[in-house]
Design a protein around this ligand. Structure first.
Ligand SMILES: Nc1ncnc2c1ncn2[C@@H]1O[C@H](COP(=O)(O)OP(=O)(O)O)[C@@H](O)[C@H]1O
Ligand SMILES: [Mg+2]
Length: 555
């Protein structure tokens, strides 16, 4: 693969430019500001669609114009690839035979496949900013290693490590198991609760046994039974009264009681009272006839009759009431409970004492049961907390496993692990090319990259190994050039293009002479391998080397 033509319109200071490109070295000659670097910029823009230097894309359009374009043709094993990029009216196409790809993104992707190197690396590999030729080979060692590694994809591993590190930090939070003190405290609590429950069970058993031994029904029966003493007193009282009544009744003969005329006495009493009323009012209260008043004797006789009737009536009443009371008393005595059904005061007191004792036992049992239930509730809570503790431990263990895995993967990607292997691989690949270019440039040392990606050289005369920075300024430029060319060979498969801008800047005369010889060798080499190298320079000593010189400044 080889760049064949370059055409531009309204690009930087060029109105138009059309170049046919052949293998070998092409010198670009012209004073400062004449447009040498602009040619290299145009090639870079054609390949990547981006400005080479840190500037706005529209700044590439020729001043005073609104749009411009760059067109490259590349020969790829006989078939032609044309890449066209417009600025101002953004447009990109890649044509290969009948196939045509449009759009910056698609064109870039196709070129990345063809070259094959990501656009971002083209800047480091193909295009050498004039003063930065040896920059990647100098500076702090770690930066140099990283820079070298980046060419072989190490930066991706750093990004991955960052992502993994973030995940590890986030996971670590839940990787800590709860403190074992927590479990000890929970187990202590459980033991003390179990002790409480066992104690309550013991108490419950004892109380229930004690309560079982108490026959409450019997005790209540005793308490509610009549007292023997009361019964005795009552019976004595009643028997005494019975005696009194018997005495009264014995005052009545059978003859007397049989002849009691209760109705006759009432009748006689009413007649006497009628007579007395008639005497007082002059009118009979029964038939209403007017009668003669009674004599005093008659009145006295009536009063005497009334008194004797009253006396007789009272005697009858005494008998009747006594007899009736006697009947009631007999019934009462018959109804008295049997002595067997009565209890003594002592018995009742004893029973009451036992009832009080049983009540106490009962409330103690209730209290024991309720504190047992409370302890059982608490136990459930502690058991759940222990379960939770164990599940947290298991979770932490799982997370720890994941963390170990992530950490292992992260460590594999470390700059001293897989990245180191990549650098080692890169070094072995690039060293082959370095050797080729070292001989092209007649470099008197054996130049190579260490496995870590640091450039070193060995002086064959002393067999000592030295770092790149121990070379003289001019030698550094020369060796840096071999490094750049080695990269070109390594990364751009067959594009076979190198662009070198002002390689003699900061190089002393003696070394310019060395560089001159180097470029003669490079020209020979380039022709042999079909490589094109643009060298922008205003160094007359160098220009004489180039068989083809492009003079700019007259655009
Ligand atoms: N968009 C532009 N249109 C016209 N001229 C430009 C534009 N951008 C830069 N220039 C001019 O082009 C010149 C830079 O060209 P350059 O290729 O860097 O020169 P050199 O030969 O020194 O490498 C400067 O004189 C600059 O003013
Ligand atoms: Mg320049």
């Amino acid at each position: 693969m080889r760049l064949v033509t370059l055409e531009v319109e309204n690009f930087r200071r060029y109105k138009t430019l059309s170049l046919d490109i052949l293998p070998g070295l092409i010198g670009i000659k012209g004073p400062n500001g004449s447009g040498k670097s602009s040619i290299l910029e145009a090639i870079f823009f054609g390949l990547t669609g981006q400005p080479l230097v840190d500037t706005n894309k529209n700044d590439l359009i020729r001043w005073g114009e609104k749009k411009g374009w760059v067109r490259l043709t590349i020969d790829a094993d006989g078939s032609t690839i044309a890449v066209e990029r417009h600025i101002g009216r953004e447009k990109a196409t890649l044509t290969m035979g009948k196939d045509k790809i449009s759009g910056t993104r698609a064109v870039n992707a196709a070129l990345e496949q063809l070259l094959p190197i990501p656009t971002e690396y083209l800047r480091d590999v193909l295009f050498v900013a004039q003063e930065k030729l040896d920059e990647p080979l100098t500076g702090v060692e770690s930066t140099r290693k990283d820079r070298f590694g980046r060419l072989f994809g190490c930066a991706r591993f750093d990004r991955l490590r960052e992502i993994l590190q973030e995940a590890i930090v986030r996971l670590s939070v839940s990787a800590n198991p709860p403190s074992p003190d927590q479990l000890t405290a929970l187990n202590d609590a459980l033991n003390s609760i179990d002790e409480q429950i066992a104690k309550a069970n013991l108490e419950q058993g004892e109380l229930e046994k004690a309560l079982k031994e108490v026959d409450l029904r019997e005790l209540y029966r005793i308490v509610s039974s009549p007292r023997q003493k009361d019964l005795l007193e009552k019976r004595t009282r009643m028997e005494k009264r019975q005696q009194v009544l018997t005495d009264i009744l014995s005052g009545f003969t059978e003859e007397e009681t049989r002849t009691f005329d209760r109705a006759g006495l009432a009748d006689q009493w009413r007649q006497c009272m009628d007579k007395k009323t008639m005497h007082q009012t002059g009118v009979c209260p029964t038939c209403g006839h007017v009668s003669e008043p009674l004599t005093e004797d008659e009145v006295a006789e009536i009063d005497a009759s009334l008194a004797s009737i009253e006396q007789a009536r009272k005697r009858v009443e005494l008998f009747d009431s006594t007899a009736s009371e006697m009947v009631n008393l007999d019934n009462g005595l018959a109804a008295l409970p049997l002595p067997d059904a009565c209890v003594t005061d002592e018995m009742a007191q004893e029973a009451e004492k036992w009832i009080a004792e049983a009540t106490k036992l009962d409330s103690a049992l209730k209290e024991t049961l309720s504190s047992k239930r409370f302890a059982e509730g608490k136990r459930e809570g502690v058991v759940n907390a222990i379960k939770e503790y164990h599940s947290q431990c298991a979770e932490a263990e799982k997370v720890k496993g994941r963390l170990n895995l992530l950490t292992a993967v992260r460590d594999v990607m470390h700059r001293d692990a897989i990245q180191a292997r990549l650098r080692k691989y890169g070094a072995s690949r690039i060293n082959d090319h370095l050797q080729v270019f070292s001989s092209v440039f007649n470099i008197p040392y054996r130049v190579f990259f260490t496995d870590e990606g640091l450039m070193r050289f060995i002086d064959p005369s002393t067999s000592t190994e030295h770092d790149f920075i121990e070379l003289s300024g001019g030698q550094r430029k020369l060796v840096a050039l071999t490094y750049r060319l080695a990269l070109v060979r390594l990364f751009t498969r067959g594009l076979n293009l190198a662009t070198i801008d002002e390689p003699t800047a900061y190089v002393d005369e003696e070394n310019v002479e060395a560089m001159r010889e180097a470029f003669i060798s490079l020209d020979k080499f380039a022709r042999e391998v079909g490589m094109t190298a643009f060298v922008a320079t205003h160094e007359p000593a160098l220009l004489s080397v180039f068989q083809r010189v492009l003079e700019v400044g007259d655009v």
